[in-house]
Design a protein around this ligand. Structure first.
Ligand SMILES: NC(=O)c1ccc[n+]([C@@H]2O[C@H](COP(=O)([O-])OP(=O)(O)OC[C@H]3O[C@@H](n4cnc5c(N)ncnc54)[C@H](OP(=O)(O)O)[C@@H]3O)[C@@H](O)[C@H]2O)c1
Length: 193
């Protein structure tokens, strides 16, 4: 993988862009004020990360995401984001996202650490106690690609299961509220099955 698109240039998008550039990736970012052509350019990257507020997802044209490996790094926290009955009615927020971006190869990850934690805790492979990041998705090849991205950004990537297992990474989950290394997170996912 050599290019990373990032939709959203706020706190999360900014940190991810920096980590990715440090890792030698070509980064294309887009925010709400950019043109549809800029969105299409970011979405044509090897992997594209959604780092915008979930409530604004439907502002995006789904067409450029068709067939693309797309990371859902978004969360819905009613207290901060306000009520979103359509999201809350879905079995997991990533399945809601997949329902909108129907033809995207969606993978849930990079949502359960704060942007500051991503910045502070990124570490080279093999660093003792390197922090783990969970990855959930239905498309095995897309999951492998995204796990390689997570590793390159500085974290041990741990498969959580299918996209529906993205609930294990959502706010209120143990993963969201804890700090785990690879073995600890793998054990936690094992217990949750
Ligand atoms: N902050 C964290 O620590 C953190 C950690 C993990 C996950 N997350 C999740 O990441 C997402 C973003 O959080 P954040 O804290 O980074 O938010 P933020 O600082 O408010 O930034 C949001 C970004 O999304 C952009 N955006 C909004 N609508 C857009 C659209 N239609 N097209 C393209 N870009 C659009 C905004 O652009 P404009 O400014 O031009 O509107 C802005 O750059 C949320 O879902 C959050 O739950 C955040």
């Amino acid at each position: 993988m050599i290019s990373l698109g990032i939709v959203g240039t706020g706190r999360l998008g900014g940190v991810l862009a920096r980590l990715a550039r440090d890792a030698g990736l070509e980064v294309r970012t887009v925010s709400s004020s950019d043109s549809p052509a800029a969105l299409a350019d970011a979405a044509s990257s090897d992997v594209v990360v959604l780092a915008l507020p979930l409530r604004r997802l439907r502002e995006l044209d789904p067409a450029p995401f068709a067939g693309r490996v797309v990371v859902d790094a978004m969360n819905h926290v009613p207290l901060w984001d306000g009520p979103a009955p359509d999201v809350e009615a879905a079995p997991s927020s990533s399945e809601y996202v997949q329902g909108y971006l129907r033809c995207a190869r969606l993978v849930k990850t990079l949502n359960h650490l704060g942007a500051d934690e991503l910045d502070d805790d990124a570490a080279p492979p093999g660093t003792p106690g390197r922090r783990a990041v969970g990855v959930a998705g239905d498309d095995a090849e897309a999951v492998r690609t995204v796990m390689a991205l997570v590793e390159r950004l500085g974290f041990d990537a741990v498969p959580a299961g299918p996209l529906a297992a993205g609930v294990l990474l959502e706010p209120r989950s143990d993963v969201f509220n804890g700090l785990y290394d690879r073995d600890e997170m793998a054990a936690l996912f094992q217990r949750s099955r």
